[in-house]
Design a binder for this molecule. Structure first.
Ligand SMILES: *Cc1c(COP(=O)(O)O)cnc(C)c1O
Length: 379
């Protein structure tokens, strides 16, 4: 089966009971044992639940991965992957990553006597210059919110040659557009809250990998930390994924049209979007992904009134998050990336006049009209 069909038919079959086309929701904490010493397949939902197992089978098939773990949030997925870092070790991260990931490395990782180093452009980085303590590279591509692109094949190869494991946060692309494991990544993490879920009604994360030993270790970490996804959210996520290819294609189409319109506007100084041919790594994006996604960021002119623009938007809501059916706009400097210091924001280019757009599945004509009338208010 191809991707869109796996999205619909992947995962387990409800063979045992009533052959429902959607896998049943086992809303239970515990499972009854027949007698002393005779454990059944399932014992307790923190360690295993059939509805979550069904979701994990579905997402592993979509990713060509051997193993999947569904977690309570995208941050739980990232934290699980980073739980592999030992005291004394160093990790590398690209310069603009999700705010929560930044908070993690800047707090918990440091408290555990590990260190991190920000790399401005991984494509230009010489891995033989990394400290001997460097054990892990964390890549977000395209990155958040500046949509920087990292050459997965080249960078993963260079990291591996220097004994550095690679984790990729693939939230912006999903396995529909990009499969980092196929380029050699060791672990892929997701905020499934975004495109996988797609309806802004749940918080969830995913970890995908091929190494059986690391899988067993992370599965144990998830169990003892209690970081698993609930059966109910597993059910919702499984349902959301069935329409993910349709949603993402529509979102990407809408995005292209809005970006093209914004390019004609005087109030717009710069647009960050990997689907634009003048993006510095446009060719790399086209080589490693089958789409450009539905997130882009815009730097507006100094005298453009961002507050008036945001207040005037009627269809785009002002909110953090992305990947849902509804269009959103957010101000990274004060919202998603407020945990970065002002100096760091300035250094990596999270300007005060920057807005991030996450496009939904509405009719593009309504979205264009909404942006057009709001631009008039900001000018
Ligand atoms: C939202 C997001 C996360 C965190 O996911 P949660 O589900 O909110 O915990 C991590 N990485 C990226 C790129 C995100 O957009």
């Amino acid at each position: 089966m191809r991707y869109d069909s796996i999205a619909v038919h992947g995962g387990r079959k409800d063979e045992k009971s009533l052959k429902a086309p959607s896998y049943p929701l086992y809303l239970t904490s515990t499972f009854v044992q027949d007698q002393l010493g005779a454990e059944n397949e399932y014992v307790y939902s923190r360690s295993g639940n059939p509805t979550r197992d069904n979701l994990e089978a579905q997402v592993a098939q979509l990713e060509n991965a051997d193993f999947a773990l569904a977690t309570a949030s995208g941050m739980a997925a990232t934290a699980l992957a980073l739980s592999l870092v030992r005291p004394g070790e160093n990790i590398l991260i690209n310069s603009n990553v999700y705010g929560g990931t930044w908070s993690y490395v800047n707090s918990i990782l440091q408290e555990h006597d590990s260190s991190y180093q920000i790399v401005q452009d991984l494509n230009q980085f010489d891995f033989s210059q990394a400290t001997p303590e460097t054990s892990l590279l964390f890549i977000e591509t395209p990155s958040n919110p500046l949509l920087e692109v990292t050459d997965l094949e080249k960078v993963i190869k260079a990291a591996h040659e220097n004994n550095i494991k690679v984790v990729v946060d693939n939230t912006f692309m999903t396995s529909y557009y990009q499969k980092p494991l196929d380029f050699g990544a060791d672990i892929v993490v997701y905020s499934a809250t975004k495109y996988y879920g797609g309806h802004a009604d749940l918080i969830a994360g995913l970890v995908l990998l091929n190494d059986p030993e690391v899988y067993e270790k992370l599965k144990l970490h998830r169990k003892v930390l209690g970081a698993m996804l609930s059966p109910f959210d597993s059910f919702l996520l499984n349902r959301g994924i069935k329409t993910m290819p349709l949603r993402m294609d529509r979102q990407a189409e809408n995005t292209q049209k809005i970006v093209a319109y914004l390019q004609t506007q005087k109030a717009v100084e710069k647009i960050y979007y990997p689907g634009l041919t003048d993006h510095p790594y446009y060719d790399i994006q086209q080589k490693q992904a089958t789409g450009n996604g539905a997130v882009f960021s815009v730097v507006f002119a100094k005298d453009f009134d961002l507050a008036a623009f945001c207040a005037a938007l009627k269809i785009f809501d002002l909110a953090v998050s992305l990947g849902g059916v509804e269009s959103l706009v957010c101000h990274p400097a004060s919202m998603t990336h407020e945990s970065y210091s002002a100096e760091l924001q300035a250094e990596i280019g999270i300007e005060p006049q920057l807005l991030r757009f996450a496009v939904g599945i509405e009719d593009y004509q309504d979205l264009l009209a909404d942006v057009a009338q709001a631009i008039q208010k900001g000018e």
